[in-house]
Design a binder for this molecule. Structure first.
Ligand code: NZQ
Ligand code: ZN
Length: 389
């Protein structure tokens, strides 16, 4: 088992009818009782969530900041930072999915940053957020796990860039996770949520066999649960048993637990972020496009774990070679069973030079040896993308 250190200070308030907890949870961090309520494109108005939240926050001065896009945009978020500074708020409540929560994480750091916050995302030398506003979340879409971690991914459309950030400053103080929100989601977003949670688990599992037997079985439990409930929850989003298990899987897949003492990969995510930056494809869908091709490319390096995954998660039988191959086929078929297309050309006809562009970006960023064995080179990345077209 690898050495590890882990901390997760986020208070998860999970279950039905937890809204009344909000005033008390916020009061702990907001002396001024003047808060920014950040949200996305408006689903929280049509679902009625905004009104319900406002009804519970009558003791607070609430400044609303809406319009955070799916794949939150740097320029929009900087407008939110300006508003937060102008109104002198001392707490942000993020109400939304991964995009709103990630956007708020960035805003809480940019609030105190002197200079161009984009430099921090570009990881320019010495440019870091050193202080952040406290924030909490009300999760409306189980998928990313952002409600329970300190990472964020921020996009900049005009540069076709999507960059990661994070660190201990960016854990939510609390996250209210009410599975009944699943009933309001379009099928596409539920499918995305299942796929993203599945892939977060695989990124921390499908590497090579480890001595951490517990983490391996925990990862397998999440994968099996998602396979069991996935197609059903899309058809029956009102079913609380299914919805609550989906939400719990998504949170547990990326709250920092699965990575304890094991190697991780994350290359599927890094390639996927490029596909979103260039084509605007939903995050989870980019993962379903990349992962099967990456596993084929890294077949020998991941073979032992593919066999374990095939046997334990998919109950496959046969030779090791057959099981490993079928495990990849099953994974892609699972995504497709959720209604997710797994080829770039299913989303865009303009695929010329895409593999070369992504390879060049990886080289420019110095990402020359990725994956759990540092075996994935930019040339592999090019080949993975070519095979995904
Ligand atoms: O914007 P609104 O109108 O609210 O609509 C949203 C959005 O269009 C809608 N939606 C959300 N909750 C809803 C709802 N519609 C109806 N009812 C509800 N209850 O769903 C759409 C997608 O929302 P978004 O927040 O973009 O989805 P998701 O949660 O999948 O987040 C994706 C973003 O998170 C990043 C991704 O890269 C992407 O930018 N990720 C963040 C991670 C993290 N912080 O740990 C890890 C992930 O790997 C991922 O990279
Ligand atoms: Zn993801």
């Amino acid at each position: 088992m690898l050495n590890f250190e882990v901390i997760n200070p986020t208070r998860i308030v999970f279950g039905k009818d937890q809204l009344e907890r909000l005033p008390q949870l916020i009061t702990e961090f907001s002396n001024k009782k003047r808060i920014l309520l950040a949200y996305g494109g408006g689903s929280i108005k049509t679902t009625g969530i905004l009104n319900k939240i406002l009804m519970h926050l009558t003791d607070f001065e609430v400044i609303e900041f809406g319009g955070i896009e799916a794949n939150p945009q740097f320029t929009t978020l900087m407008k939110g930072v300006e508003l937060a500074l102008e109104k002198d708020i001392d707490f942000i409540l993020a109400v939304g999915g991964g995009s709103v929560i990630d956007g708020v994480k960035f805003m809480t750091g940019a609030f105190y940053y002197e200079g161009d916050s984009y430099e921090v995302l570009q990881r320019k030398e010495g440019k870091v957020f050193t202080k952040a506003l406290p924030f909490g979340t009300y999760l409306t879409l189980p998928a990313t796990g952002s409600e329970a971690n300190s990472g964020a991914v921020i996009s900049r459309e005009e540069l076709k860039e999507k960059l990661t950030m994070g660190g201990p400053l960016f854990f939510p103080k609390f996250s209210v996770c009410d599975p009944t929100v699943v009933a309001t989601l379009p099928k596409r977003q539920i499918a995305n949520g299942i796929t993203d949670a599945f892939m977060h688990t695989l990124e921390q599992y499908l590497t090579f066999p480890t001595a951490n037997l517990l983490q391996e079985r925990q990862a397998e439990s999440i994968l099996q649960t998602l396979i069991e409930i996935g197609p059903e929850v899309i058809e029956h989003p009102n079913n609380y048993k299914l919805a609550s298990n989906l939400m719990l899987c998504a949170t547990h897949a990326l709250n920092g637990n699965l990575r304890c003492g094991v190697p991780t990969d994350w290359t599927t995510h890094m390639i996927g972020h490029e596909l979103t930056a260039i084509y605007g494809i939903d995050h989870a869908r980019t993962l379903a496009i990349v992962a099967p091709r990456l596993y084929e490319n890294q077949f020998e390096n991941k073979k032992e774990k593919l066999v374990q995954y095939g046997k334990r998660v998919w109950n496959l039988e046969g030779s090791n070679q057959e099981i490993a191959e079928q495990a990849i086929v099953k994974t892609e078929a699972f995504f497709q069973s959720l209604g997710i297309h797994t080829k770039i050309s299913d989303y865009s006809a303009d695929t010329d030079h895409i593999a070369e562009i992504i390879k060049t970006r990886f080289i420019e960023r110095g990402w020359l040896a990725m994956g759990e064995r540092q075996a994935i080179t930019p040339t592999d990345v090019e080949s993975i993308v070519l095979n995904a077209i």
